[in-house]
Design a protein around this ligand. Sequence first.
Ligand SMILES: Nc1ncnc2c1ncn2[C@@H]1O[C@H](COP(=O)(O)OP(=O)(O)OP(=O)(O)O)[C@@H](O)[C@H]1O
Length: 403
Amino acid sequence: MAQTKNYIAELNEHAQKNHLKLRFEDLGSDGLDHNKIFSQKVIIDGKDYPKGVGKTKKDAKLKAAENALRCLLDGQDLVSLFSLWENNWHKKNNETFLCLIYLFYFCLNNSVTVCRFTSEFEPLERLGKGAFGSVHKVRHKKLNKEYAVKIVCYKEKALREVSALSDLFHRNIVRYYTFWEEDTRYEGDLSFDSYSSSHTADNSEAKFLYIQMELCAENTLKDWIDEKNDQGLQDSKRREESLRIAQEIVCGVEYIHSKNHIHRDLKPANIMFGMEGEVKIGDFGLVTSDDDDDAWIERTVCKGTPSYMAPEQRQYDRKVDMFALGLIFFELLWKLSTRSERAMVKASFILFLFVFKQKQIINSLLCEKPEDRPDAGALKAALEEWTQIYNGQKSFHQENQTV
Ligand SMILES: Nc1ncnc2c1ncn2[C@@H]1O[C@H](COP(=O)(O)OP(=O)(O)OP(=O)(O)O)[C@@H](O)[C@H]1O
């Protein structure tokens, strides 16, 4: 049988050595006669310590002594240590020295959890919640600047996002600043209520990753599209704005591909806007590297035997992002309200409504075979051509109107 430590004797010894006035207080009992629970607490120099409970008075006293010792020695009770220090200031110098040793001890043991998130930042509001965590708008206390901090459970998806973002620095990609790890989640984060019960309830080892990012405007490209659709406008203004947005998305994607990454989750909800309205591609949780052999095998295994594939064929993997761009461009220009309408895009049914150049670009991006889709560089060139045609037509109309 495991030997119970004699916390009462230990606490008495500690009190004697440090000239502390220690006493136990009996807090009585609760429950029926055959099932009583006794409570006791320790008072040291007038300060109460957490009560101990047990099936006998002796157990309760032992537990109370253990609780008090933990507070004093593990440094969990910073206040009590400081008051101890204060109370003993007038006593001998070696006692003050002892208190300093205690402070040093708990700093070394890290037993007081300092949350970097709340000590460095002032949380302002929760911006949103994804499947893996949540994003908060915060103000850096010292710099007085606003940022977004994403808090996620320390998982492979989160690490992927951090490692991809740290490689990227581009006007059209959400800027990443830093990340750190904490043992605890932010208490004010209500999103974890359902999250923690399904992901971390029985995992006390769970750690959390805090990712500090550039703060984007609150509306995403999905909101932009919804707003335009509500206005019911398929007009030239929408076309003009769509063109600018499409060009910026392609610039971001071209850059991501140039760094040998594939986003794999491009969709209007993951595309945000900077404070000056510029496009910002975000949510790199599904990003993968072109050079990552394991990820490449995982991606290609369903297509055949990867070891027989020529290295140049690897570039076709990037074409998953190009297909997504085809659908995004379509949604920028045209209201697709139902799933069946989305499916029709693939069948190119509605495309006859578009001008020739638009049709050509979208058709090429939605090609069944990845190798037939353009890469980001070619798409960028095609969009520039489209812009020139569009601007030419616009000035032609304006000239005709003024004549
Ligand atoms: N840097 C940011 N600035 C402003 N808002 C942001 C920023 N990053 C994310 N958000 C917002 O926070 C919300 C949650 O984002 P997050 O990336 O965690 O999840 P998601 O993309 O919705 O889902 P999932 O992670 O499951 O794919 C989104 O609505 C997004 O608009």
